[in-house]
Design a protein around this ligand. Structure first.
Ligand SMILES: NC(=O)c1ccc[n+]([C@@H]2O[C@H](COP(=O)([O-])OP(=O)(O)OC[C@H]3O[C@@H](n4cnc5c(N)ncnc54)[C@H](O)[C@@H]3O)[C@@H](O)[C@H]2O)c1
Length: 374
């Protein structure tokens, strides 16, 4: 693989995370050339220059179009708010670049479809920021399910809760604007859906209820603005395999910091995972004597790949940013034509289809069939 030239648009929470990943992927995996950090774009030239110096990019610009047009850039990381993803990703693909775009694809299904079509047309790699599927613990859960360690799956439950919007006086941000999407569904819902589709396959139908805990939020310049998105969403779903499930989401759940839980119940046991304790999983099987049965904690270790690429010592633990390094490596594998664990625009559109079916279900107060969304 040639030394990839990297462009980065946006340098907030996720922008820094992508920059760390591009910087770390060579020392961690050491099986390809070091990516070259070429061009960083932000909303102003001054901010872009400051971040480029901190993140190690050669040049910077206050106009994202300069990043996309740069002939030395081969792949563009897009880490801007949701409403910019479609325009930026399509422009990058049309300029012949590979794309690594943060989730969700776009606030509307029509725009997500345009992104998928642009990737297909360009024949370039376009992957989405679904970091949680990269956790060695989640990969091991996939292996356990493949080995039928807990028998036939009968019920799946997922929850994603954080408290960054729990304070009624937290300032109004782009996350409360309708232009960013539905709210918790796009912001959070896509993550549990990435686990569902990776571990269990496609969703057949959904029944969703959304709620706004607070009607308005304070504006920075004074006054308050009506909240346009839903911070809470609860969904019943049914997989195409017939297995039933539940997804509960809350961006206003005091005390929850990075909770993304997965409970899987089967005919011979159960598996439980929580992202707040991302270096372990709980396994219950009915093997052995009933008198000693109980959930056991399995700590991730070098025998849970690719944990070994980070640390030789078992149970010492990876962190959130490490998942992005693994995701970055998977993107580079895709670009090199190698097998990879990743969610491309082609697969990501199915997650978008679920999210928009959930919103439709809430709006119309009925079950919505995911495939009915064209
Ligand atoms: N994968 C994950 O776990 C995860 C976690 C958080 C956020 N996200 C996603 O990442 C994206 C960004 O979220 P965030 O929390 O990093 O937001 P953020 O507000 O922290 O950062 C966004 C950045 O984009 C910049 N920006 C905005 N408009 C721009 C433009 N026109 N040109 C160039 N730069 C521009 C802003 O100045 C800011 O630095 C969202 O789509 C969000 O859903 C993903």
């Amino acid at each position: 693989m040639e030394n990839l030239g990297v462009g980065l648009i946006g340098t907030g929470y996720m922008g820094k995370c992508h920059a760390l990943a591009w910087n770390a992927v060579k020392p961690v995996f050491n099986d390809g050339p070091r990516p070259r950090l070429i061009h960083l774009g932000e909303v102003s030239a001054a901010l872009a220059a400051e971040r480029a110096a901190a993140f190690g990019f050669e040049r910077s610009s206050g106009d994202w179009r300069a990043v996309v047009a740069d002939p030395d850039v081969d792949v563009v990381s897009i880490t801007t708010p949701n409403q910019f993803h479609a325009e930026m990703a399509i422009a990058a693909l049309e300029a012949g670049k590979h794309v690594w775009c943060e989730k969700p694809m776009a606030p509307t299904f029509a725009d997500a479809e345009k992104m998928r079509a642009a990737a297909q047309q360009a024949g370039k790699i376009a992957a989405l920021g679904y970091n949680y599927i990269q956790n060695p613990a989640i990969r091991h859960i996939a292996k356990l399910l493949g080995e039928k360690a807990i028998g036939a799956i009968s019920h799946v439950r997922l929850e994603m809760d954080e408290d960054f919007m729990a304070d009624p006086d937290a300032p109004f941000s782009w996350k409360s604007e309708a232009s960013s999407g539905h709210g918790a569904l796009d912001d959070f819902g896509v993550h549990p859906l990435s686990l569902v589709t990776t571990l269990f396959g496609a969703v057949e139908r959904v029944m969703t209820h959304q709620a706004k805990p607070y009607a308005d939020r304070p504006l920075q310049g004074g006054g308050r603005r009506a909240v346009e998105t839903y911070d809470i969403a609860t969904t019943l779903f049914e997989l195409q395999s017939g297995v039933p499930g539940v997804i509960a989401l809350n961006r206003s759940a005091w005390g929850r910091k990075g909770r993304l839980t997965l409970q899987i119940y089967g005919s011979r046991g159960s598996i439980v995972f929580d992202q707040e304790r991302m270096n372990e999983l709980q396994l219950y099987t009915i093997d052995g004597r009933a008198t000693e049965q109980g959930f056991r904690t399995v700590l991730t270790a070098p025998h849970h790949p690719p944990y070994d690429r980070f640390i030789p010592a078992p149970g010492h633990g990876l962190g959130f940013n490490d998942l992005k390094v693994i995701e970055c490596r998977q993107l580079m594998n895709l670009i090199a034509g190698k097998p990879a664990i990743a969610i491309t625009f082609e697969e990501g559109i199915e997650i978008e289809r679920c999210v928009h079916a959930m919103a439709l279900s809430h709006k119309e107060g009925r079950w919505a069939t995911v495939r009915s969304l064209a």
